[in-house]
Design a binder for this molecule. Structure first.
Ligand code: SAH
Length: 223
């Protein structure tokens, strides 16, 4: 995406600046404690990740449509998953499943050494990379494919973040975690979804059930 003068001006508009401040206050109120995560999130122009027509809603704490039946995640959940990932221990390499708009990817890229991200929809995959290049984030590798299979050539990962709801724990991904590493995922439980953290321990995996969430489904194959 090219930084047009119109976009640059938009970013300096008082409404946008106030919107970002309000969003930060809201996230803190909702329990996000990690200041580094909050500052990182506030520093990324979310309006560049959505359609211009929705630009005025970019700093609301809500998921928004990004086409092809998919959504850019709600800022709260981006912050929460990132905070949970970082508090789990040293985190140098992270695998993200479900690039979507690339917003969560950008947050991760600013906080860890290297990010690997996989998206199954070619139409979305092709848009994320130029966006992150505009933001000069060069520590990201992108793949078009079925993320449930992970990225075995690059494994193990200190963290794995799945941004679409999974019907079960994808074993293949769990096996790509380094010792002590953790995976955060929205897990389908009956008619609901729960945010789960799976940590690789010496003897197996520790499973923590954290809070209710709402994500689009993790699907098989590519599109
Ligand atoms: N983090 C993204 C969330 C996008 S929504 C953002 O904030 O923009 C979830 C994304 O997961 C969608 O883009 C969807 O196409 C993708 N997805 C679903 N199943 C997948 C799979 N098996 N492998 C890779 N991506 C998948």
């Amino acid at each position: 995406m090219i930084e047009t003068p119109r976009k640059a001006a938009f970013e300096r508009e008082p409404l946008v600046l106030r919107g970002r401040e309000r969003l930060l206050a809201r996230l803190e109120e909702d329990g996000i404690r990690n200041q580094q995560v909050l500052e990182t999130l506030a520093g990324i122009p979310r309006h560049l990740f959505i359609d211009e027509a929705l630009g005025t809603r970019a700093y609301e704490d809500s998921a928004l449509p990004i086409g092809h039946g998919q959504t850019i995640s709600q800022p709260y959940i981006v912050a929460r998953m990132t905070e949970l990932l970082l508090e789990s221990g040293p985190c140098s390499t992270v695998l993200e499943i479900g690039t979507g708009s690339g917003f969560q990817t950008a947050v991760l890229a600013m906080l860890v050494r290297r990010v690997y991200t996989i998206e199954r929809l070619a139409a979305l995959w092709g848009l994320a990379e130029p966006r992150l290049r505009t933001l000069k984030l060069r520590n990201v590798r992108y793949r078009h494919g079925d993320g449930r299979l992970g990225w075995p050539e690059m494994a193990p990962f200190d963290g794995i973040l799945i941004t679409a709801a999974s019907e079960g724990i994808p074993r293949c991904l769990a096996e790509q975690l380094s010792p002590g590493g953790c995976m955060l995922l929205p897990l389908v439980v009956g008619a609901r979804q729960r945010l789960v953290r799976l940590t690789r321990t010496r003897s197996g995996f520790r499973h923590e059930d954290l809070e209710p969430v709402m994500f689009v489904p993790l699907l098989g194959g590519v599109g």
